[in-house]
Design a protein. Structure first.
Length: 283
């Protein structure tokens, strides 16, 4: 099945990015969130980003107008009734996701695929809130969604091969390269492998081995990373990283995924990274 009309739930960084990506690839897409101010904030951010691209000569005003004309914004989840593919990108909270998927299950056509952008939560548990577990799948975009090429396809226990094939094709139509897990796995591939590295970088800093700048510079030059691990945590959000680690540690009972105390302390102090103005770095 080819996706004709996508729908995005969540107008945060990931959700609005996925919505913009869909519009840039020619899809008419609707992006919803729970409050008008969240929707307006996302819309303004997308507009500002496209304006900067015009200033840099990357796109024309006509391109921008065309992209924005294909993006519809709302707080009404019921608008999902005529879509054929939903990408959910709300906060990493299992109960909140299950509530959204339960509502979508009653709103959407039985043929509609429901995808979650979760980085660590169980696709099967999210699917349990619906009557269509065969049509629930993990579709993990990476930030920024309009640029990063990878999309991880994570199956649940009952996800059908048809759903997997359609999701892969949709990712390719969005200009992405899909990589699929062979079974359900917490955090998929990248987040799980990366988790231990990010945790250890935070511990090295907490132990006073080196400054954030030197830790990041060492990892970029010595390991070929495009971005230092502490800067990456700041970009992800320390609260998001903490939630992911707590979920992985709970699921896998592996000390490699136990959240470092420095991360817990910084989150408690409101140092969440870029979005709060301070994390391992000040912004």
């Amino acid at each position: 099945m080819d996706v004709k009309k996508p729908f995005v739930v969540g107008a945060g960084i990931m959700g609005s990015g996925v919505g913009q990506l869909c519009a840039q690839q020619g899809y008419e897409v609707t992006v919803v969130d729970i409050a008008d101010e969240l929707v307006e904030k996302a819309k303004n951010k997308i507009t500002a980003g496209l304006t900067r691209r015009i200033e840099k000569g990357k796109i024309t005003q006509e391109d921008m107008d065309s992209i924005l004309s294909r993006m519809n914004w709302s707080t009404d989840l019921n608008l999902a009734s005529d879509c054929d593919f939903v990408v959910e990108a709300i906060s990493e909270n299992i109960e909140a996701k299950k509530e959204v998927f339960s509502k979508l299950d009653s709103i959407c056509s039985p043929q509609t695929i429901l995808a979650t952008n979760t980085t660590a939560l169980s696709v099967s548990e999210i699917a349990s809130a619906t009557s269509r577990p065969d049509k629930v799948i993990g579709m993990h975009f990476f930030n920024p969604a309009v640029i990063m090429k990878l999309v991880e396809i994570i199956r649940g226990e009952q996800t059908s091969e048809e759903t997997i094939a359609t999701t892969k094709k949709f990712a390719e139509d969005l200009g992405k390269i899909p990589v699929a897990t062979t079974k359900e796995a917490p955090a998929g591939i990248v987040s799980r492998v990366l988790a231990g590295l990010l945790n250890e970088a935070a511990v090295v800093y907490a132990d006073g081995v080196a400054s954030p700048e030197d830790i990041d510079e060492a990892m970029k030059l010595g390991a070929g990373l495009p971005m230092g691990p502490l800067a990456l945590i700041d970009m992800i959000g320390l609260d998001i990283h903490l939630a992911k680690m707590e979920t992985l540690y709970e699921k896998l009972k592996d000390e490699r995924y136990k959240p470092p105390e420095i991360i817990k302390k910084m989150v408690a102090e409101g140092k969440l990274g870029k979005k709060s103005g301070e994390g391992f770095y000040k912004y």
